[in-house]
Design a protein. Structure first.
Length: 390
């Protein structure tokens, strides 16, 4: 009998081990799990930050009204839902600065531009901003080159400029960036990018920061839960895989692009017989409701500028145009999320909550790097002023 019990226990542990290993392989955790474990150890040793802690919360949207087999009529209905639903939802909430929830629509230039006017109208009403989300080469028969990519970015800046998007008061152009399919710098292969010097090109064309990551695939960098600068290596893909962490002081020399990453890691969830197994948690507001434990996980990654530990930068991403995510962005799911955020993370003593756009988050990061302190609200337009929407 004793041998049978030992065998059963051993079998259960073996099944548990197989479950964990298969999860690691299937979800490609090996790209980021080792540095995450090391980071977790350092995080435990880190001294607690002072109060109050300022939480910069940024929602970035891979906004694609035509994703899937969607015709124009359905796309129009999707955008109409946002034109009506987002103000209705957002008007119910304000942060410590009196601002409604901010949304950054990263809109792909290969889609119908008629919807840019709708998004700009939401921006003019104070609900967010529009930035660049570029899929390139995934529909082309040949890999993109550096020059064809530059042409696409130039054309996007020109076309969006008709609406004032990317247009600064002094005539300059600037933009934040998200790469389609997370394949920045050819990390997903030629069918999804094809350009190994994409990071340097983005810098040359006026990009001030990349907001693509995290991702649950081979594109994920080893730099997890970190704000960092990367340096392009035109001879190979995925140059952003490692870099220099942002810290108080002068920015490092000879770097190309600031990488603003969202939270990723492991959180225990129940498996068979209520046995806990580690499951991937990321910044994705996708299908899975933003329950309190998810929100706490996002903020508890403590993504910050090194040396300014009480300013926490939390970026969450979504594909908000699709109907299956409407409730999480516009409906009861969104309202529950903001209720919890304001209740727990905006008490004025331990936490102060700031809703920010991607551009504003970049500005506040740079202000922290320069040693600025006090209220982050003062630095929303620190280096890159508001776009002059038309």
């Amino acid at each position: 009998m004793t041998k049978i019990i030992i065998f059963v226990i051993f079998a259960l542990f073996f099944l548990y081990f197989i479950k964990i290993v298969s999860k690691v392989i299937k979800t490609r955790m090996l790209y980021w799990l080792p540095p995450y474990v090391v980071q977790g150890y350092r995080r435990i040793k880190r001294q607690p930050v002072g109060n109050p802690r300022h939480i910069m919360l940024c929602f970035v949207d891979h906004y694609e009204p035509f994703n899937g087999n969607v015709n124009l009529e359905k796309a129009i209905q999707r955008v109409e839902a946002w034109k009506i639903g987002y103000p209705q939802m957002a008007n119910k909430f304000v942060d410590a600065d009196g601002k409604h929830p901010q949304h950054t629509w990263f809109y792909p230039p290969h889609l119908d531009h008629r919807f840019l006017e709708d998004l700009v109208n939401l921006c003019k009403q104070g609900y967010g901003e529009v930035e660049m989300h570029l899929h390139h080469n995934h529909m082309d028969p040949f890999p993109d080159t550096s020059e064809t990519l530059k042409d696409k970015i130039r054309q996007c800046i020109k076309d969006y400029g008709k609406y004032g998007i990317f247009c600064l008061p002094d005539g300059r152009k600037a933009f934040a960036f998200i790469h389609g399919d997370w394949s920045l710098d050819n990390s997903g292969g030629a069918k999804l990018c094809g350009v190994n010097n994409e990071i340097k090109i983005l810098k040359e064309m006026g990009c001030f920061a990349d907001f693509t990551f995290p991702s649950i695939n081979q594109c994920q960098p080893r730099m997890v839960n970190t704000l960092y600068y990367c340096k392009d290596d035109p001879s190979r893909p995925k140059s952003y895989d490692k870099g220099i962490e942002v810290k108080i002081g002068l920015p490092p020399k000879d770097v190309d692009l600031l990488m603003v990453t969202g939270p990723i890691g492991l959180r225990l969830k129940k498996w068979r017989f209520r046995i806990p197994v580690p499951a991937i948690e990321s910044d994705a507001l996708e299908i899975i409701p933003p329950k309190p434990e998810r929100i706490d996980f996002w903020i508890d990654r403590k993504i910050r500028v090194k040396g300014q530990d009480n300013w926490i930068f939390t970026k969450v991403h979504t594909h908000g145009a699709a109907e299956y995510n409407h409730d999480l962005n516009l409906g009861v799911g969104a309202q529950g999320m903001y209720d919890y955020l304001l209740q727990k993370y905006n008490d004025g003593r331990e936490f102060i909550l700031h809703f920010v756009t991607a551009r504003e988050m970049y500005n506040i990061i740079k202000a922290a790097e320069a040693g600025c302190s006090g209220n982050p609200n003062d630095y929303r337009d620190y280096l890159i002023p508001k776009y002059v929407y038309k």
